[in-house]
Each structure stands twice: as structure tokens, then as C-alpha cells.
Unconditional design. Structure first.
Length: 249
């Protein structure tokens, strides 16, 4: 019977030239943990599995995903039960083309926190009590790709790709994951599982402290350029319920 991660903490160092049952804990190897899914040779695994690069030119981009099935997807657009429409977009406060940076996702039963270099930029809380879907019952995998989306993603299509600078490359290294394993109908992180105790699994109940909340507020105030919770044209029948719930981000 296959085993899949459910709730997890994921960290991945990314350098991009586009502005753009037991608990498992592993420092990943790209040969072992990922499959290149498309790109016709534009994606490459190098340095004995320690580095993965994606390339984009005018003909095609490229992509990869982890060797697991049945994804619940996580980016700054959050999906749950197959539904998205929860985008937030940010300008980064550094040049992402100059060096590697750590992009991480903390996903536990209470919240999902997206961070860049340890600074939280978004928190998606579990608000099932008011009817907001929250991903908690499906195994997940990681999917990453490099492709041209200048018809919508770049300030609504206002900024076009300068193909004279192609090919563009994104590089990945130092993948690390700490996750619950779903196997044979149960999770290794169930309340009665001994593997859920201990400091290694503190992330299962982790939340933002006051200092982290202040940093998140500062990033969203100064660097957020799109928030679905402010887009009344997109939701003419009313904003999603989490947008008006007290204490949500």
C-alpha cells in the first residue's frame, strides 16, 4: 500500500530569473523525489540530484512534480477540494535572480502559512466552521513549472515577456520536508500516534506569534499588489466568507 504525505512542512530554495506509518523528515534528492513532467529537455537534474533547473523560451516552458499522487495544490493561489480563486500577488523585496531564497509552506490542521526566507507573507486559516473548504483529507504532492503567463499573471497582462532575454531559468535546491504519512486509511499524525509527539513535530500546532504577525502585516501592506478579498468585480455576489471573518488573512 502506498504512503503519501498529508499535512506537512515544506521548504525549498529557489533562484528564478523571472520576477515572478511514521512521520517522514527528509532532505530530498531530486532524482529520488521528483519526476520531470514536461519541457522536452528544458528541465534538468544536476549535481547528483542536489540541483534542479527549469528553463523557459518562446517555444516552451518546463515543469516537475513529486513522486506522489492525488495532489492538493499550494501556491499563493490556494486550492481546496478542487476550487481555487484565492490568489494573492506580491512584489518581492529583493532581486530573486541574484541568489537562492527559501520558499516554504507550513500546513497543519489549523492553518497554512506561506513564507519567504522565514518571513510569512500569507496565512490561510481553517475556517470550516463558516463553510470555507480547508484541505485536510487528501494526500498532496509538490508541482512546479516555468511557463509564460503574461496574458494574465503580470499585472493582468500589462507587462509582457521580453523574449530577447530568453531562455529564462529557475533553479531549485535544498528541498526538505517533514510530513504526516497517510497509509492504509489512517494518518501517522493521529492523536494516538506516538510519532506526533516531540519537538520535531511542533509544526503540527505552530501558529504565528505577535512578531511574525507584525511581519506578515508589514509585507502585505507594502508588497501585496493583488488580493482576491478586495476584488469585488470578481465576486459580484459577495466576497468569499473568509474575507470578512474576524482575524483572517
Amino acid at each position: 500500500m502506498a504512503s503519501f504525505p498529508s499535512f506537512c512542512y515544506i521548504a525549498l530554495l529557489i533562484s528564478a530569473v523571472l520576477v515572478s506509518s511514521a512521520v517522514i523528515s527528509s532532505a530530498g534528492n531530486f532524482y529520488q523525489d521528483f519526476d520531470i513532467t514536461w519541457g522536452d529537455g528544458r528541465a534538468k537534474i544536476l549535481n547528483n540530484g542536489e540541483l534542479l533547473t527549469l528553463s523557459l523560451d518562446k517555444a516552451s516552458g518546463s515543469g516537475f512534480n513529486s513522486k506522489m499522487v492525488n495532489p492538493t495544490l499550494f501556491t499563493q493561489m490556494s486550492f481546496s477540494q478542487g476550487k481555487g480563486n484565492r490568489e494573492q500577488q506580491f512584489y518581492l523585496w529583493f532581486d530573486p535572480t541574484a541568489d537562492f531564497h527559501t520558499y516554504s509552506v507550513l500546513w497543519n490542521p489549523q492553518r497554512i502559512i506561506f513564507s519567504v526566507d522565514g518571513t510569512p507573507i500569507r496565512e490561510f486559516k481553517n475556517l470550516e466552521s463558516i463553510g470555507v473548504p480547508f484541505p485536510k483529507s487528501q494526500p498532496m504532492k509538490i508541482h512546479s513549472s516555468l511557463w509564460n503567463a503574461d496574458d494574465w499573471a503580470t499585472r493582468g497582462g500589462l507587462v509582457k515577456t521580453d523574449w530577447t532575454q530568453a531562455p529564462f531559468t529557475a533553479s531549485y535546491k535544498n528541498f526538505n520536508a517533514n510530513a504526516c504519512v497517510w497509509s492504509s486509511g489512517s494518518s501517522s499524525c493521529s492523536p494516538n500516534s506516538p510519532s506526533t509527539s516531540g519537538s520535531n513535530n511542533a509544526w503540527l500546532s505552530e501558529e504565528l506569534d505577535s512578531a511574525s504577525q507584525e511581519r506578515l502585516n508589514r509585507v502585505q501592506k507594502n508588497y501585496m499588489i493583488y488580493n482576491y478579498c478586495m476584488d469585488t468585480k470578481r465576486f459580484p455576489q459577495g466576497l468569499p466568507p473568509e474575507c470578512t471573518a474576524t482575524g483572517t488573512t
